[in-house]
Every structure is written in C-alpha cells, then in structure tokens.
Design a protein around this ligand. Structure first.
Ligand code: 3PG
Ligand code: MG
Length: 399
C-alpha cells in the first residue's frame, strides 16, 4: 500500500488525510483544479483499500471562524466528480456534523470536513491551543496520512500536531514531491538553471541565498526584478520596488560574481503607464531595462530577454522555475511567462515547475502538464525546502 504501508491494513479504519485543496476560485467556480486532481490518487488508494477516508483541508486564509466565502463545499463536489464517488461533506470540522458524517461512513467511503481554518486552533502560535484542536481532529480517526504538500512548511494543527497523536504516514503526493526536491538538491545534473519571478524579492531571499552556492545560472524576472535593476543604478519608474532590499540585491550580485554563478537580468521590459489599464485597453511598450520611463511601470520581461532566458533554460539539464515573469493573467503581459514555460517543455533533463502560482500559470496558458518533468503543488513549501529549512510537516513524520 504505497508509502503508507507502515499503517498496516487500513480496511475498516478511519483514516484522516490532510490534503492541500487550496484552489483558486472565482465566486464558487474553481478556476484551476490542479491541486484537487493531485490529491485524488492517495484518497482513491485508501478508499480502494477499504478505509473510511476523512479529508481535512483549508481554503484561503479565513480568520479562524466560519466564513461562507471560504467554504470547501464546491471543492468537495469537484473531488467527488474526479473520484467518481459520492463524497460526503461535513458542515463543520470537528463539531456535530463532522462526528455524524464520519460515524456514517462505510468502508471505502470518503468525507470532506469543512475548512480546517474556520477553527482558530488550526493556525494558533500557542502549542496548547493548537494541540487542543488537534486532539479533536484526532478523535475522528484511527490513523493519519499527510498528503498536503503545499502546507508541509506550516506548523499547524492538521499538518503537524495531529501527526503526534495518531499513527501517521506520508501520502504518495508528498513522497513524490520530496523525491523531486531531493533530486534538485543532491548533485543535480548540470547545467542547473533556476528561474525566479513573482512580485517580491523579500519572499525569495532565503532561496537566492542558498542557490548562489548551487545553481549555475539564476534567471530573474517578475516584479522582483525592478529592485535588482534599481540596485544596479537604473531608474525603474513606477515599477514595483522594495527599497529596503536594495543592499541585499547588491550583495547578491557581488556574491554571484565571486562564486561564478551567473545572474541573468532582463535587458528589455514591457511597460505601460498604469496597471490595471482602467477604461482603456493595455498599451504595452517595450523599453530597454535601463531606460524605464518615469511615468511607466514594468509588467513583463521584454522579447529579447524572453529569448535569452528561454535559451538558457532549454540548454539546461536541471531547471527549477518559481514565479511568473510578468502579469500573465493579462494577455498583453503574458509573453515572458509563456516563453519560460515553453522552454521548460523542451528541457532534456529534469524540469520542475515549482508552486501554486507558476503551476496555475502553466495550465491557464494552455500547456500540456505532461510536457513538464514535474509540476509541484506547493510554492512556499518547495522554496523552503530549497532554502534548506526544516519542514515541520515532514520532520514530524520522521520522528
Ligand atoms: C498555498 O496556497 O500556498 C498553500 O495552500 C498554503 O497556503 P497558505 O500559504 O495560506 O498557508
Ligand atoms: Mg502560499
């Protein structure tokens, strides 16, 4: 029985599965169900083995109390469609509805509990408060399977504390994700190219720090690039800027030079005078990266940079990509992100799309998921692993 063989025979047992079902929604419409699809195999395997499967998950960041905007009900319905099973839904997480729903499960049936973050114990910083809530969750099950890779970097009740209270094992999704990350960190085949984008440098400091000693080339795009350009002495107009990170960026550029790691920054940028464009259509213009007009902001890497980045990616043996190159949700600013995704599909080696946003970008832009070596379901979790940090949701299983 896969990676959770150590739980023994699960026939007739109540198995609590922590999945990451945190999908983007437009109202109650799921706009990308990738994380639900990725969660199906473990749930199906347990159900097929005769377990009574109780799925716990979060959606968004509600404030520790019920909030209808974040109900998991549409997600549970989609899970049922994908499983081809009837999925029961409990309207609370550890209350009367949860107890009744779980008690009513027959062998091989699946239930989803309401958003675990509707309970303030889930994310509490106080170990006792979290523990008290984990006790309640643990009462609903005989065993625990940790399969929510996107949350293993969170020390939260349904990820960490519950594993201290029940016989626990890693699910197949988490095991597969960790295996890929291990390949990225233990003697990756070279050249090893890392592409980083997204809006904030401050989210990526740890990973840049760590990769400066490991990757051969670091390609930087997205909103965070303007802090690097400014650090090089260029004006960036109205672009995103983190003033307090300028010194850090300068230090990284200097260290890269010393350590022989090549940091590639874009040489051209797609700008507009406002974003969103308001009543008018977007008016994308390509400018040199060192000549961004004062009245404009950068919204994508330019075509010359996209070509250069794509060449660097396509020539690599190992690639990790996290974060879009521009505001890809708007067609006028999607070309950079599209070029990177396209280049990853051509890699003769291991290509990894790391994370929620980049994974959603790849699917939104219409790429075939099978063209990539691996599409991770966890952005923050992947980055923290690559930073060399301990992931509480993993280490608790290894005790
Ligand atoms: C994610 O979407 O990054 C994961 O589901 C974790 O969610 P969180 O960042 O709100 O903890
Ligand atoms: Mg996150």
């Amino acid at each position: 029985m896969g990676e959770y063989g150590d739980l023994g025979d699960v026939q007739g047992k109540r198995v609590l599965v922590r999945s990451d079902l945190n999908v983007p929604l437009d109202g109650s419409t799921i706009t990308d169900d990738g994380r639900i699809r990725a969660s199906v195999p473990t749930i199906r395997e347990l159900a097929d083995a005769g377990a009574r499967v109780v799925v716990t998950a979060h959606l968004g960041r509600p404030k520790g109390e019920p909030d209808p905007a974040y109900t998991l009900e549409p997600v549970a319905a989609r899970l049922g469609e994908l499983l081809g099973h009837d999925v029961r839904f409990a309207t609370d997480t550890v209350g009367a509805s949860a107890s009744e729903t779980v008690a009513g499960l027959e062998d091989g049936q699946v239930a989803v509990l309401e958003n675990v973050r509707f309970n303030d114990g889930e994310t509490s910083k106080d170990d006792d408060v979290r523990g008290g809530f984990a006790d309640q969750l643990a009462q609903l099950a005989d065993a625990f399977v940790s399969d929510g890779f996107g949350v293993v970097h969170r020390k939260q009740a349904s990820v960490y504390d519950v594993a201290l209270r029940l016989p626990s094992a890693m699910g197949g999704l988490v095991a597969a994700e960790i295996e890929v990350l291990r390949r990225l960190t233990h003697e990756p085949e070279r050249p090893y190219v890392v592409v980083l984008g997204g809006s904030k440098v401050s989210d990526k400091l740890g990973v840049i720090d760590n990769l400066l000693g490991k990757a051969d080339r670091l390609l930087i795009g997205g909103g965070m690039v303007f802090t690097f350009l400014k650090a090089q002495g260029h004006e960036v107009g109205k672009s995103l800027l983190e003033d307090d990170q300028l010194d850090t960026c300068r230090e990284y550029l200097a260290r890269a030079e010393e350590s022989g790691v090549e940091i590639l920054l874009p040489t051209d940028i797609v700008v507009d005078t406002a974003f969103p464009a308001g009543d008018r259509d977007p008016e994308p213009r390509v400018v040199a990266a060192d000549a961004i007009p004062a009245d404009s902001l950068g919204l994508d890497i330019g075509p010359e940079s996209a070509t250069r980045f794509a060449e660097a990616v396509a020539g690599a043996k190992t690639v990790f990509w996290n974060g879009p190159m521009g505001v890809f949700e708007t067609d006028a600013f999607a070309a950079g992100t599209r070029a990177i995704a396209e280049a990853l599909t051509k890699v003769d080696g291991l290509s990894v799309v790391g994370g929620g946003d980049s994974a959603a970008a790849v699917r939104t832009l219409g790429f075939d998921e099978g063209a990539f070596g691996h599409i991770s379901t966890g952005g923050g979790a992947s980055l923290e692993y690559l930073e060399g940090k301990e992931l509480p949701g993993i280490s608790v299983l290894e005790r």
